[in-house]
Design a protein around this ligand. Structure first.
Ligand code: PEP
Length: 250
């Protein structure tokens, strides 16, 4: 049976109080949608966004693996939860690149977030060089194997609170997307890895596609087998751009 789709927005380092009205408008778009919708916001905006859109899923974009400590500038999973977040992204390629996050660091973050009670969107994806070398499936499969949460955190949070986002790095913010056949091939491979890791529960984990999703291509992408939603960057910043993607998941 098809999984209920999740359409999540990633605002990256965008958003101040002036944009709270967009959060409210996007939350209203969920009311008529047949999918789950969430917005992952800058940590500074989470608490106000939760107040502006009560009951709507607001998330962070990263969390530290430790519960607390001497980590200047970082935010823990418990802090996100305390601010009203219900989910967080971990392992986004921009964090892997900008902050040198390894697969094992991403796994530790995913385990910390699940243990704290958050839902997790765990990102993986290949570079253009890897895609052109014909190694995308092998590289992303290895990446997901090494990044997935295990132990008590996985026992508590899988499958309901874990989603995977396949985001080819070369498709993020570029307007380029893989062919539907390439997306299908990757999502099928990821489904296989999830079943190896978690048994039948792996069939219940949502696998999102991310990278230049727009109102104009969302329906085609959502029709691909094993695409259970989308992680959306630029087109999630306004209700005008995001609502058509949410509606396409209906
Ligand atoms: C992202 O960074 O998660 C993303 C998918 O960005 P965009 O939709 O802008 O390509």
């Amino acid at each position: 049976m098809a999984l209920k789709k999740l359409v999540a927005g990633n605002w990256k380092m965008h958003g101040t109080s002036a944009e709270l009205a967009e959060v409210t408008s996007i939350s209203l778009a969920e009311e008529t949608a047949g999918c789950d919708v969430a917005l992952c916001l800058p940590a500074t905006l989470i608490e106000r966004a939760v107040r502006a859109a009560p009951g709507f899923a607001i998330g962070g974009q990263d969390c530290h693996a430790a519960a607390k400590g001497a980590h200047t500038g970082d935010v823990s999973a418990a802090m996100l939860l305390d601010a009203g977040a219900t989910l967080t992204i971990v392992g986004h390629s921009e964090r892997r690149a900008d902050h040198g996050e390894s697969d094992s660091a991403v796994r530790a973050k995913a385990e910390a977030a699940l243990s704290a009670g958050l839902s997790v969107i765990l990102c993986i994806g290949e570079s253009l060089e890897v895609r052109e070398a014909g190694r995308a499936v092998a590289v992303v499969s290895a990446q997901v194997d090494a990044s997935l949460p295990h132990g008590d955190a996985a026992a508590a949070g899988v499958p309901q609170r874990l989603a995977i986002a396949y985001e080819p790095i070369w498709a993020i913010g570029t307007g380029k997307i893989p062919s539907m056949e390439d997306i299908a091939e990757m999502h099928a491979a990821l489904r296989g890895r999830l079943v190896v890791a978690y048994g039948d529960a792996g069939n219940q984990i949502r696998i999102l596609y991310g990278g230049s999703v727009k109102g104009s291509n969302a329906a085609e992408i959502f029709a691909v087998p094993d695409v259970d939603g989308a992680l959306v960057g630029g087109a999630s910043l306004t209700a005008a751009d995001f609502a058509p993607i949410i509606q396409a998941a209906h």
